[in-house]
Ligand binder design. Structure first.
Ligand SMILES: *Cc1c(COP(=O)(O)O)cnc(C)c1O
Length: 227
């Protein structure tokens, strides 16, 4: 990393934070209701370090293996870093994921709920991560997440059958549609299930998401550059 690249990340991060504050003001929301998850997938530790130095503490990764390779060292110096899993989780990676992540945004099927519950029941397990259910609001066959009409039942199964405390919902709207109706749908499903945490909004649409109630925005390229 050159000094110029370092300062570019710091500059972009500050810009994203300013845009979040503005979007909160426009929506009549308090800026501290919205948390920025800086999505660092595909970027090496040296590219991420300037964001940490600039005070960013919430980071998102989409692969367990990749996170395992870079975050333990980055975290050693900053124990207050919070790591968020925002990509699909295979059941055979659950143990590793629980050792790494503080928040899992992608609880999306009964077999994963069962695997998480089983791991968390082990006496040596770390405290449970915070869990968000991913909803496939666009009902896209290639995308993870429970269908909107199955969300209520799945949330109930997580709670009642598996003893998992679901804290909120997450969605990734279809790339070729306006995001707002998807964000609104996610907020509606959350409200009727008594959930207040909403993970929605990426580089291209986080202001829209904030207007519709996002509490986590997941922003990658607007901070770290193109992947
Ligand atoms: C990559 C990714 C993001 C960040 O996307 P950008 O467009 O780079 O901001 C957000 N959420 C998920 C689930 C992702 O995989």
């Amino acid at each position: 990393m050159t000094v110029e690249q370092d300062s570019l990340v710091v500059h972009r991060l500050a810009e994203v934070r300013a845009r979040i504050e503005r979007a909160c003001r426009d929506a009549g929301r308090a800026p501290d209701e919205v948390h920025l998850v800086a999505v660092s997938k595909t970027f090496e530790a040296a590219h991420i370090a300037p964001a940490i130095e600039a005070g960013q503490r919430l980071f998102g990764e989409n692969r367990v293996q990749e996170a395992k390779g870079k975050w333990p060292a980055l975290r050693a110096a900053h124990p207050d870093i919070e790591l968020h899993l925002i990509g699909p989780l295979q059941t055979n990676k659950v143990r590793e994921a629980l050792a790494l992540f503080d928040v899992i945004h992608t609880l999306d099927r009964p077999s994963l709920a069962a695997a998480l519950a089983k791991e968390l029941a082990r006496p040596e397990a770390r405290p449970a991560p915070r869990l968000l259910v991913q909803v496939n609001t666009g009902e896209e066959p290639q995308k993870a997440g429970v269908a909107p009409e199955e969300a209520d039942a799945f949330i109930a199964t997580c709670r009642d059958t598996h003893g998992l405390a679901v804290e909120g919902l997450m969605c990734i709207p279809p790339a070729d549609e306006p995001a707002a109706p998807h964000f609104a749908l996610l907020a509606t499903i959350a409200r009727r299930n008594g959930l207040s945490t909403l993970s929605m909004g990426m580089s291209g649409d986080f202001e829209t998401a904030i207007g519709l109630g996002a509490t986590y925005v997941r922003v990658g390229s607007a901070i770290f550059g193109g992947r």
